[in-house]
Design a protein around this ligand. Structure first.
Ligand SMILES: Cc1cc2nc3c(=O)[nH]c(=O)nc-3n(C[C@H](O)[C@H](O)[C@H](O)COP(=O)(O)OP(=O)(O)OC[C@H]3O[C@@H](n4cnc5c(N)ncnc54)[C@H](O)[C@@H]3O)c2cc1C
Length: 366
């Protein structure tokens, strides 16, 4: 076969052992993908098997991941990577399916001007292959599961708590759970049918839907309404995920009730309040140790943004320190963590480029 001769010719030209190994890995990866695009030695891929229209602007993509998918804990997210106009782009999506299922689902709300969500809605169909990161995130049900639970979600923020509910249902562990979900209207409630079925089936599950178009004067999250709905909210292990305004008000309410310790939360979009740099921003030289590339980083924003402006193309996901896609090793130099304000000069330190700012020249293991 011609390709075998081609590989063997290139192989004999390759001298060093390390280079030969790299060459062989690349060849193996290439031919594996030729035989089956889902197979890979180095990354998790998944084939879309079904697309479900949940609401007018939300679809669930059910995928079959490759054998190296490690499984997820309910509440975790995966970073989905697709190629749009020749550029690889990544976004985080909570896994909405139950843990242990051979098929994995993620549910995407289309943002009117959203680059990736709109592309997924318009282009991703059964048979297509995409890349997934390992599941990540610590927005998960603790083990053993607390007796009294409360889920509070809004809009597409229902996805991680739906995975938790599905997991509890599979384990026969729905005991005392209040699930309050906020949506614009009944037709905007994602998973509405299944939620109703589960609520009918489990006497321990109290489902409350709060809809903006209800005739009741209370719309959206309202503290007095909520305290009336769930008077024992302080005593429940609570999982909160929704739009930023809902989350801000709920977090404030829990703080006022001195119950923040019982509140776990997942934010999809709101940026954490990044601190201002403690020192002046000046030009720094950044060396990519592996490729030998030198860049000048300058101006406002995170190290990721500065490097992108300088022409680097780097993997990134949430761009707010959650998904770890942009993590790399800093070999030397000083960075400031824009969330904690910590300034560190430790060598060989793992940093997230999206929440770091350079404070000196740097060498990165890139
Ligand atoms: C942990 C987590 C879980 C999530 N789970 C879900 C879910 O289950 N369902 C759901 O619908 N959404 C979820 N999201 C939101 C999702 O990741 C996307 O932000 C959303 O789909 C909008 O992406 P977009 O590309 O359509 O919109 P855009 O407006 O194009 O991008 C949205 C955001 O992506 C960030 N971004 C990432 N890379 C870049 C880049 N290279 N350039 C510019 N901006 C960039 C920016 O902060 C931007 O504001 C989750 C987010 C996180 C962090």
């Amino acid at each position: 076969m011609a390709w075998i001769q081609e590989v063997s010719r290139a192989w004999t030209k390759t001298r060093s052992t390390a280079a030969r190994r790299l060459f062989l890995d690349r060849q193996a990866e290439f031919w594996l993908a030729e035989v089956d695009p889902v197979r890979s030695l180095t990354e998790t891929r998944a084939r879309v098997v079904r697309v479900i229209e949940e609401t007018a602007d939300t679809k669930t993509f059910v995928v079959r991941p490759s054998a190296n998918w490690p499984g997820h804990r309910p509440g975790q997210f995966t970073t989905v990577e697709v190629e749009i106009d020749g550029v690889r782009v990544r976004r985080c999506y909570s896994i909405s399916s139950a843990p242990g299922d051979s098929l994995v689902a993620f549910t995407v709300k289309r943002l009117p001007t959203g680059r990736v969500s709109a592309w997924l809605h318009d282009h991703l169909s059964p048979g297509d292959v995409l890349r997934l990161s390992e599941p990540a995130g610590d927005f998960v049900l603790p083990e053993p599961t607390p007796e009294k639970l409360l889920f509070v979600s809004g809009g597409s923020g229902i996805t991680p708590v739906m995975s938790m509910l599905r997991g509890l249902h599979h384990r026969g562990a729905v005991r005392d759970l209040v699930f309050v979900h906020y949506a614009r209207s009944r037709s905007d409630v994602i998973f509405a049918e299944e939620l109703r079925r589960l609520a009918d089936r489990h006497p321990g599950l109290r489902l409350v839907l709060r809809l903006d178009d209800d005739p009741s004067p209370r719309r959206g999250f309202d503290e007095a309404d909520f305290a009336e709905l769930v008077p024992d909210f302080r005593d429940r292990s609570t999982f909160l995920c929704g739009p930023a305004p809902l989350m801000d008000r709920a977090e404030k309410m829990w703080r006022a009730a001195d119950a923040s310790g019982r509140l776990s939360r997942e934010r999809f979009s709101a940026e954490p309040k990044l601190r201002a740099l403690s020192g002046p921003t000046s030009e720094v030289h950044v060396r990519f140790g592996r490729t030998g590339r030198d860049l000048v980083a300058a101006g406002a924003g995170s190290l990721l943004e500065q490097l992108e402006r300088a022409g680097a193309r780097l993997p990134s996901g949430c761009r707010m320190g959650i998904c770890h896609t942009c993590t790399c090793h800093k070999k030397s130099g000083t960075v400031e963590n824009l969330v904690t304000g910590e300034v560190s000069s430790e060598p060989d330190q793992k940093i997230r480029l999206c929440i770091s700012a350079p404070r000196s020249d740097l060498e990165l293991d890139l």
